[in-house]
Design a protein. Structure first.
Length: 125
């Protein structure tokens, strides 16, 4: 597998996890995407391990029901690090109130060791 394919596969698994709702399916998706000691950080969250990451995803899905995460553009990477942009898109009307980009660091098996998330657009509170 080329590095480009490795990055794309990791990001696909990552977004699959964010778009999975059922608890059992979410646990499997998180395990497929992240290393057991993986970490997720953004301005609003800091989670470690599969259970912590699943809890962050569940909270985001509860806050934005009916929305899905979609990748914007292509994945860019080098060595064990990749970056990509994304939007949170309403399935009802296509609006995208949240957007950002993430930087992921992969382990030797292509699973995520860490995510550093950045929010470029967030809804007014």
């Amino acid at each position: 597998m080329s590095r480009s394919d490795r990055y794309t596969t990791a990001v696909t698994r990552y977004l699959d996890a964010w778009n999975t709702g059922a608890p059992d399916a979410l646990a499997k998706a998180v395990a497929a995407a992240w290393a057991p000691d993986g970490r997720y950080t953004d301005p609003l969250a800091d989670a470690r391990g599969h259970d912590g990451i699943a809890a962050v995803i569940t909270a985001a899905r509860e806050q934005f029901p009916g929305y899905v995460f979609q990748q914007l553009g292509t994945v860019d990477g080098h060595h064990d690090t990749a970056r990509f942009a994304w939007e949170l898109v309403s399935e009802a009307d296509g609006s995208a109130p949240v957007a950002g980009f993430d930087v992921v660091v992969l382990d030797d098996h292509g699973r995520i060791r860490s995510v550093h998330g950045f929010l470029d657009r967030v809804p007014a509170v």
